[in-house]
Write a protein that binds this ligand. Structure first.
Ligand SMILES: [Zn+2]
Length: 192
């Protein structure tokens, strides 16, 4: 006999994504970004050095290039795996999901490669949440690009003009609400 759950304990969830912490939910749950192991980074550097020493287009150069590509691939698999685990876990506990819209145009303008790669990864992560939610029939609300989820107080709605990236705690000067910065943003993104 299949037992049906008597109570649906799923709730609307707001999701704030970031580079240090992959996702912060409006209920306070955090999913850390799994960093590629140091071993891989060391291998990556070594393979890069090896490649630079080879004569371009020689057979050893092709071999070295292949080795480097393999390590890049392994690292991207590690990231992909943590994105899959987090998005599945989020979608399982949500009755509705609210996310931010990443500024794609701003992303493409970004010339810093590391930042660009990180933004692209976050955008893929949001896409992952969207299609997994869709598969389960969970509605997804995307905030408009100009919604200041980090600067707005989730308690009274007051909007700060400035919020430094180093301020990890949100403190509202209007109503006194104090909260983890990312949780405050996630609550703002939460569909009501
Ligand atoms: Zn406030």
């Amino acid at each position: 006999m299949v037992q049906m759950p008597l109570i649906d304990d799923r709730l609307p969830v707001g999701v704030d994504v970031g580079i240090n912490t992959l996702a912060t939910l409006s209920d306070g749950t955090k999913y850390e970004n799994r960093r590629p192991l140091k071993v891989y980074l060391r291998k990556l550097r070594r393979a890069g050095r090896m490649l630079s020493r080879k004569t371009r287009f020689s057979s050893n150069w092709h071999k070295a290039r292949k080795r480097l590509a393999c390590i890049h691939y392994r690292i991207s698999c590690i990231r992909e795996d943590s994105h899959h685990k987090a998005s599945t876990s989020i979608v399982r506990k949500a009755s509705a999901i609210g996310i931010e819209t990443l500024n794609v145009r701003g992303m493409l303008k970004n010339k810093k490669l590391a930042k660009h790669i990180a933004d692209a990864a976050l955008s893929r992560f949001l896409t992952m949440i969207k299609y997994k939610a869709e598969r389960r029939g969970i509605p997804v609300t995307e905030a408009t690009m100009f919604f200041a989820s980090s600067k707005t107080c989730s308690s009274c709605g007051h909007k700060k003009t400035e919020l430094d990236l180093s301020e990890r705690t949100y403190h509202c000067g209007e109503c006194g609400f104090t909260c983890d910065r990312d949780v405050n943003a996630a609550i703002n993104l939460c569909p009501s």
